[in-house]
Write a protein that binds this ligand. Structure first.
Ligand SMILES: Cc1cc2nc3c(=O)[nH]c(=O)nc-3n(C[C@H](O)[C@H](O)[C@H](O)COP(=O)(O)O)c2cc1C
Length: 377
């Protein structure tokens, strides 16, 4: 299969495993690369040392191009990106931030940068800052997707930019891939689908629950981690929506994340995590003002105190979400934990190997493309 994305990344099929914390680990990344796609190592839950070790582990498991994902909202994200650059990783995926100087550093050694975006405005900004491609994440997606569905968002962005676009959000098979090509995308990403495979480290209980859930069984809300986020509908997720922030849990979570990242509370408080202004946080036009956790900076004394309070609260809120997701992925705890899942869970009914999934997706896509050509004749 030949598209602008296969050419750009030097891969066989334009199929991407996005960076999913605790899931896109070296084994799964390498499985996707060895099957002809490309996987990104998730670094959101890794300290810089662990990121370097994981990159080297991927190189032991595959000789194919691979990527590293950095969510610039996370503490240590910039440091993790610098490690990826020192290791000269073939592809850097930047999300929730611009990363201007990082792009130049990657280009200096011949690497490529793909930036995750959820609006036309941010797509244009990412193109301007030098990204080689865009990963456009629609509303259907697990975690922090756009307010706009993939079906509308992809052509809207394709119409405005000159660099290739990868469609992600709601794609699970060759039908989704063929549809993405029809919308003008040059490749697809699959998060939920690739996390339900034999090589995925996700706890069996989460996978079993997803397989039993339908397309309506997710919740999209900003009350888990302060950004709009899609999760599996479970009693604990519904409780989290109802309760919103829990300050005690949030502060405890902040310290536990700081410890696991070899970081400090202060590091966390000065990271973007405490002030989530990424494009994925764009407030829907019809949302009530209280829905937006980000307030304007106020320079008066009382204003500064209030900003510090706001920072601590945002941090606690984000940290609470992070720990709940980790608990679900690693322990399968859907009583206390919250699990990220896309609407596409409702059309997934099996647990194939990564290679089986990728081969089937490509074959089905080709068949559909041929069938469409025949229909047109
Ligand atoms: C279980 C799971 C965990 C995820 N974790 C992260 C994460 O840590 N960081 C992130 O930016 N996106 C995360 N995502 C979102 C994916 O990167 C991707 O945007 C999304 O899965 C695409 O939509 P799809 O699930 O419909 O394919 C996660 C997705 C899933 C399914």
């Amino acid at each position: 299969m030949k598209t602008k994305i296969t050419e750009l990344f030097g891969i066989k099929y334009p199929i991407i495993l996005p960076g999913m914390s605790w899931i896109s680990v070296p084994e799964l990344v390498a499985a996707v690369c060895n099957a002809g796609g490309i996987g990104y190592l998730a670094t959101g839950s890794l300290s810089p040392d662990k990121t370097r070790t994981a990159i080297r582990q991927i190189r032991e498991l595959t000789d194919k191009p691979f990527g590293v994902g950095v969510s610039l909202l996370m503490p240590k994200a910039y440091e993790n990106a610098i490690i990826a650059i020192e290791e000269k990783v073939p592809v850097l995926n930047i999300s929730l931030g611009k990363g201007g100087d990082l792009i130049k550093k990657v280009h200096d050694y011949g690497g490529k940068v793909i930036t995750t975006v959820t609006t036309v405005g941010h797509a244009l900004a990412a193109q301007k800052s030098g990204a080689d491609a865009l990963q456009v994440t629609g509303y259907e997606a697990a975690a922090h997707g756009s307010q706009v569905p993939t079906m509308v968002l992809v052509p809207a962005i394709v119409d405005e930019v000159k660099i290739p676009v990868v469609a992600i959000g709601g794609i699970a098979d060759g039908r989704g891939m063929a549809a993405a090509f029809a919308l003008g995308a040059e490749g697809v990403g699959m998060g939920t689908r690739l996390s339900i495979t034999k090589e995925s480290p996700v706890h069996d209980h989460c996978i079993k629950t997803q397989l039993e859930s339908g397309i309506e069984d997710t919740i999209y809300s900003n009350r888990f981690d302060a950004l709009y986020c899609r999760v599996l509908k479970t009693p604990s997720a519904e409780k989290a929506v109802k309760e919103g922030r829990n300050i005690v849990k949030g502060f405890k979570a902040t310290f536990s994340i700081a410890k696991s990242l070899n970081s400090s509370w202060m590091d966390m408080a000065t990271s973007n995590l405490s002030s989530p202004k990424g494009e994925k946080n764009a407030k829907p036009k019809d949302a009530a003002p209280k829905d937006n956790p980000v307030k304007k900076k106020n320079k008066s004394f009382i204003g500064k105190m209030s900003n510090s309070y706001q920072t601590a609260m945002n941090l606690a809120h984000m940290a609470q979400g992070y720990v709940a997701v980790q608990n679900a992925v690693e322990n399968g705890d859907l009583e206390q934990g919250v699990y990220l899942s896309g609407q596409v869970q409702g059309i997934i009914h099996d647990v194939p190997t990564v290679a089986e999934l990728i081969n089937h997706t490509v074959e089905e896509c080709k068949k559909i493309q041929k069938g469409m050509a025949d229909k047109a004749l």
